[in-house]
Design a protein around this ligand. Structure first.
Ligand code: NAD
Ligand code: DAU
Length: 354
């Protein structure tokens, strides 16, 4: 398949591109990575792939109505994997508009381009086309402690501007299948963690702050629960759904690893205490409880039994094994982290001297 990955320079996108080229096997012929390179996109995440014949990077917007149709045609794209998004809940609270622009309008324009692209194909090429939309469990809202996990039938109840923008996009994808017969696939996944995770998100933020001796901020009382999934397991699920999922369906992807935020932070502190002991007090002494996130969802938990029953997927990493790999990755890639925290990665791509 010839694949257009959008948002391939972000956290999950860069792990996915690497997975497709290095692990997915023969089904992958070529990848075109379309990424606008917002603050969250870092070309260094994939710089080692630059010279491969089966990989092309294009800087651009999923909402560009001239560029996207041209790429679909020129590269004879069979599969779109749409990961491009504004992804950080706190930013959506500070400034919601970019979330509507990319997550809603951008997805709509991408769907429209895909619809016309398919209309111009015929025979087997037409049949094989898929539009895969990568979404989040946050569209389902928040669970109380004793409620069952989200299933694909849980009604949408998004609570943040980010979640509302993703839910809107999910509905557009649904409508393009129902109305135009576009062969869509939607996945709703829980919290990912792993390599190349941008350090505005909880896990990398805690690792980097701890190593620099800065406070470890925990919103509210730290009792909020997320269902954590190692990013490599997410990528494997995405490829399975892309190649074997049923068009028009949505699939939940989860980690079977519900933890409170305070548990996550304490586990990271323990792993760092073992690997890089701090003189004097351990890392936990840096924990600070801070003002809560407005509208903070209490709990997410994802029931992925449909994906398991239909395609045999389940996570391979436990939270403990995945967190160990993640902490080790950050310790081995402190230069990558420093470039981000000093903002050098953006200056480099603008061609200025850091
Ligand atoms: P990210 O913020 O790390 O990366 C997003 C990427 O999209 C960046 O490279 C950015 O430059 C690019 N981008 C933004 N706007 C664009 C535009 N208009 N056109 C082209 N590229 C653009 O995000 P992530 O954490 O890797 O998430 C990827 C996708 O997976 C998102 O759609 C997100 O909603 C979804 N998701 C994320 C998680 C998670 O835990 N991170 C969980 C479930 C679903
Ligand atoms: O559930 C999937 C979602 O997971 C994705 O759709 C989003 O793109 C992704 O960003 C993530 O959203 P969260 O808001 O859950 O992730 P974040 O890492 O921002 O926060 C995780 C939890 O930690 C959440 O309960 C808020 C809390 N938190 C976060 C930060 C940044 C803190 O306590 N302190 C912090 O400094």
């Amino acid at each position: 398949m010839k694949i257009l990955v959008t948002g391939g320079c972000g956290f999950i996108g860069s792990n996915l591109v690497r997975y497709l080229l290095e692990e997915a096997g023969e089904g992958v012929e070529k990848i075109v990575n379309l990424d606008l390179l917002t603050y969250a996109g870092n070309p260094a995440n994939l710089s080692d792939l630059e010279n491969r014949d089966d990989y092309t990077f294009v800087q651009g917007d999923i909402g560009d109505t001239e560029l996207v149709p041209r790429l679909l045609k020129e590269h004879e794209v069979d599969l779109v994997m749409n990961l491009a998004a504004e992804s950080h809940v706190d930013r959506s609270i500070d400034s919601p508009e970019p979330f509507i622009q990319t997550n809603v309008t951008g997805t709509l324009r991408l769907l429209e381009a895909a619809r016309h692209h398919v209309a111009e194909r015929s025979g087997e090429a037409k049949d094989r086309f898929r539009f895969q939309h990568i979404s989040t469990d946050e569209v389902y809202g928040s669970l109380d402690r004793d409620e069952p996990a989200f299933t694909e039938k849980t009604p949408f109840a998004p609570n943040s501007p980010y979640a509302a923008s993703k839910a809107s996009a999910d509905f557009l994808v649904r409508a393009y299948h129902h109305t135009f017969g576009l062969a869509t696939l939607t996945t709703n996944c829980s919290n990912n963690y792993g390599s190349f995770h941008f350090p505005e998100k909880l896990i990398p933020l805690i690792i980097l702050n701890a190593l620099e001796g800065r406070p470890l901020p925990i919103y509210g009382d730290g009792s909020n629960i997320r269902d954590w999934l190692y990013v490599g397991d997410h990528c494997r699920a995405l490829w399975l759904v892309a190649t074997r999922g049923r068009p028009g369906e949505t699939y939940n992807i989860g980690g079977d690893s519900e933890r409170t935020n305070i548990d996550i932070v304490r586990t990271i502190c323990r792993l760092l205490d073992e690997r890089r002991p701090r003189p004097g007090k351990g890392y936990e002494s840096l924990i600070e409880f801070v003002k809560d996130r407005p509208g903070h969802d209490q709990r997410y938990a994802v029931d992925f039994s449909k994906l398991n029953a239909e395609l045999g997927w389940s996570p391979t990493q436990t939270l403990e094994s995945g967190l160990e790999k993640t902490v080790d990755w950050y310790l081995e890639h402190l230069d990558w982290c420093r470039d981000i925290t000093n903002n050098n990665y953006q200056r480099q791509r603008l061609g200025t001297t850091p």
